[in-house]
Design a protein around this ligand. Structure first.
Ligand code: AMP
Length: 178
């Protein structure tokens, strides 16, 4: 295994573009080759946690489903808890729900009403920022339960969809821009 530091270019080179999935016209960014390579996966988590030390973040919030993979690894690295934001109907206890439009279709996501205590310092993590609807809805849910969002992190940002416009007021970090 190589010990050279992973760059965002290394990650970009590994991400596979799948045209017309799951619908015609969508260029799907397949992150599974990053996950399958321990050097790249670890380097990706290093880059996502850049700027934060253990103790500075109380919880890392991941968005269903690919966001879970990155958020859980970030949480362990920062000695923080992991909080899932799930698709509607999946969380067992009482939830807040938020609906939104996404690049393909629409969706409703949910969080447990007691997922964090008010004032909890959280990072919000997802694999990809497209139109920003998903992350904006997750940020709304976190606001409802009183969490303080320190930063919103993405592996990939589709800059041409201007998702950042829906996340005004939040620090945003993305490792790869298309
Ligand atoms: P959006 O709400 O439009 O920002 O969409 C972001 C969510 O949809 C993320 O959770 C992504 O996993 C997924 N997504 C949207 N577009 C793509 C794409 N082109 N490739 C891979 N995942 C995507």
């Amino acid at each position: 295994m190589s010990h050279k530091k992973v760059s965002s270019t290394d990650l970009a080179n590994a991400i596979r573009n799948v045209p017309d999935f799951p619908k015609p016209g969508i260029q799907f960014k397949d992150i599974t080759p990053v996950l399958a390579d321990p050097h790249l996966f670890n380097g990706c988590i290093e880059l996502l946690t850049d700027g934060f030390k253990p103790g500075q973040v109380d919880a890392v919030v991941g968005i269903d489903a690919r966001g879970f993979i990155f958020a859980a690894a970030v949480a362990l690295k920062l000695n923080a808890g992991f909080i899932p934001v799930r698709k509607k109907g999946k969380l067992p206890y009482t939830t807040h729900e938020q609906s939104y439009d996404l690049e393909y279709g629409s969706n409703t996501i949910a969080i447990h009403i007691d997922a964090v205590k008010p004032g909890t310092r959280v990072l919000l993590v997802d694999d990809l920022l497209a139109t920003g609807g998903t992350a904006a809805a997750a940020a709304q849910l976190l606001k409802k339960i009183g969490a303080e969002i320190l930063e919103i992190n993405f592996l990939i940002e589709l800059g041409f969809l201007n998702g950042r416009d829906k996340l005004k007021g939040f620090p945003i970090k993305s490792l790869i821009m298309y």
